[in-house]
Design a protein around this ligand. Structure first.
Ligand code: SD4
Length: 337
């Protein structure tokens, strides 16, 4: 049964979007795919997936694939919500959050990290070279520099100009919950400032699952604010027995519901990836019905069988899929509102 519209992005990044119907099965979009597969959030996941696929198709490890994949988004200066070029917080600092998790339950994360363009690689280093899971702020930067990462100015002229414009437009005053206020007045996020954290999930040829999530967080957030993206269980979770999940959107609501862990646990109970994501979205609505109407949160999931699915609060969420049958597939995520 044809149950959703999908889109193939053909050829180059500027290629035409061709609408096609994909046969995904009748129950929550279930279809299992043999061999490696990588999926990631939002349209720019297509380019990130290509980098991951280059590793997966050579029977590389899913962990290497997700790190290489999300580094593409981190390095894209036109992406203002991930890595270098990300919009700063309200005080003008670019602070990055990222995490990574492998098939054996190993995980690492950094939060509020400044000056390092590839926080996902620092997160991996935390995972592999320290007894810890999460390093934050100054300590994370110190660790990154000691580990040989290059110190950079991450605030690009374009991001700085947008921030200055935002300050003017907002007649900025430090008010508690200013971020929420801006969400309600501008129907954020994801508005033009807050779209596009990348979460990536992969299964390699050996059946190993891994995931990564990286972001500059919500634009113009309070200095020191950390979202869901570096929090294992919230922005990302991987359980090699069951599947993996990641989240995008307003991290506060994802943390409140431990969203990615919830999605994986629902899949453990037999939910398809799409149904699990829908249930996690509904959990947010039940906890905060009014907030849920004016924010965006999207979940993306991949199970052990290679079935994938997504669900979001608001329309406009998309995710990219790459496997041996299809490359550069862009799927329109379903939504509640
Ligand atoms: C955060 N979840 O910092 C991230 C932001 C995001 O699409 O995903 N934007 O809350």
């Amino acid at each position: 049964m044809i149950d959703r519209r999908t889109f193939i992005k053909a050829g180059t990044a500027a290629g035409t979007m061709l609408a096609v119907n994909e046969l995904l099965g009748s129950s929550g979009g279930r279809i299992s795919v043999d061999g490696p597969i990588v999926i990631s959030t939002w349209d720019f996941g297509v380019a990130a997936n290509r980098a991951a696929w280059a590793i997966l198709e050579k029977e590389g490890h899913a962990l290497d694939a997700v790190e290489a994949g999300v580094r593409i988004a981190e390095g894209d200066l036109n992406n203002h919500t991930v890595g270098k070029g990300g919009y700063p917080d309200r005080d003008g600092y670019v602070t990055l959050d990222a995490c990574i998790m492998d098939d054996r339950g190993n995980c690492g994360a950094v939060a509020a990290l400044e000056h390092i363009a590839h926080p996902v690689s620092v997160a991996r280093k935390v995972m592999e070279a320290t007894p810890h899971v999460l390093l934050v702020g100054e300590g994370a930067l110190q660790f990154a520099l000691e580990s040989g990462f290059e110190k950079e100015d991450l605030l690009t002229p374009e991001a700085a100009a947008t921030w200055r414009k935002w300050l003017q437009q907002k007649k900025y005053q430090p008010v508690i919950n200013i971020e929420n206020r801006s969400f309600t007045t501008e129907k954020l996020p994801g508005n033009q400032y807050n779209h596009d954290t990348i979460g990536m999930l992969a299964r390699d040829a050996a059946g190993r699952l891994s995931g990564a999530c990286t972001t500059s967080g919500l634009a113009f957030k309070m200095h020191g604010r950390v979202g869901d993206s570096p929090i294992i269980g919230a922005g990302l979770y991987v359980d090699n027995e069951i599947g993996a999940a990641t989240a995008t959107g307003v991290g506060e609501e994802v943390i409140r519901t431990v969203g990615s862990f919830l999605v994986v646990e629902l899949m453990r109970q037999g939910y398809s990836p799409e149904d699990a994501c829908r249930e996690a979205v509904n959990r947010i609505i039940r906890k905060k019905p009014e907030t849920a109407k004016i924010i965006q949160v999207g979940f993306l999931a991949l199970n052990k069988q290679g079935e994938h699915g997504a669900y979001a609060l608001q329309s406009g969420f998309s995710y990219a899929v790459c496997n041996q049958n299809r490359q550069d597939l862009l799927v329109k995520g379903k939504s509640i509102f």
